[in-house]
Design a protein around this ligand. Structure first.
Ligand code: ADP
Ligand code: MG
Length: 245
């Protein structure tokens, strides 16, 4: 399998806090890869480095689609097809669904906007994702799950090759989680790599092919989801005595 992303020796300090210590990560094209770890283990920091929002310390390497980036900025990261959906979703709640999705190209650095063609892309993306709301609905009127889908549409409209979701299920009901899991498997089939951050280990094992565990900023390991269960994962996350082989 080809790797979409290869990172090695990634470290990051915030003052006295060692948020990441010598972390390696590979993401294969078309895989669903979950990132798990307790609060403060470094998951969001790793995502911010992939998206170019935070710079790692010297010595780390980042290779995307075979090309090494000595310095990754948000603009480079977006150009490489990396789209992150943070927990706050970063939507404009006073704008409509279709306006938010059409914003994708603007956020991608394209400032001359052909509104009607972008609307068409936005509506087509909504159909692909299966959002059943009027495109003219204001985002402020949607549920959290509805907003989540809008954020996913916007990422797809920006031609995401790697879609990273930071704790996307934290405020969803089980039924909404099921919808999201199904959507992620559809995305995977279309060749998109998905990174899914979650602390709900059952859903992690349901959705992921591989799981990377972080603990205190260090990588414990990357495991095939089929070869591990939630009990073992939980032990790996907390570091409590456990023999794993
Ligand atoms: P997670 O997403 O796994 O909960 P984070 O990556 O957010 O973990 O945080 C890892 C560690 O780095 C934590 O101790 C956190 O307090 C610290 N940290 C993260 N971002 C900053 C920042 N901008 N300034 C200072 N400390 C930070
Ligand atoms: Mg976090």
């Amino acid at each position: 399998m080809t790797n979409f992303l290869e990172m090695s020796g990634i470290s990051k300090r915030f003052g006295g806090v060692h948020a990441l210590r010598d972390v390696d990560l590979t993401l294969e094209v078309g895989e669903v890869h979950c990132l798990v770890g307790e609060n403060g283990s470094g998951k969001s920091t790793l995502i911010k480095i992939i998206s170019g929002v935070e710079a790692p310390e010297a010595g780390g390497r980042i290779i995307i689609s075979g090309k090494e980036y000595p310095k990754l900025s948000p603009v480079y990261s977006t150009h490489c097809g990396i789209q992150v959906i943070y927990q706050d979703l970063s939507l404009f709640s006073n704008l409509t669904v279709v306006e938010n999705i059409a914003m994708a190209h603007h956020l991608g650095g394209v400032h001359t906007v052909n509104w009607s063609s972008m609307r068409a892309v936005a509506v087509a993306t909504m159909a692909k994702v299966g959002i059943e709301v009027d495109p003219e609905t204001k985002v402020s009127e949607l549920s959290i799950a509805g907003r989540q889908l809008v954020a996913i549409c916007r990422a797809l409209a920006a031609d995401a090759k790697l879609l990273i979701m930071d704790e996307p299920t934290a405020s969803l009901t089980r039924h909404e989680v099921n919808t999201l899991i199904k959507l992620v498997s559809d995305l995977k089939r279309s060749g998109i790599c998905v990174v899914f951050v979650s602390h709900r280990l059952d859903e992690v094992l349901e959705i992921a092919e591989r799981v990377t565990v972080l603990r205190d900023g260090a990588k414990v390991g990357t495991f095939a989801a089929a070869a591990i269960d939630s009990g073992k994962l939980s032990h790996l996350m907390t570091g409590k005595a456990f023999e794993y082989q």
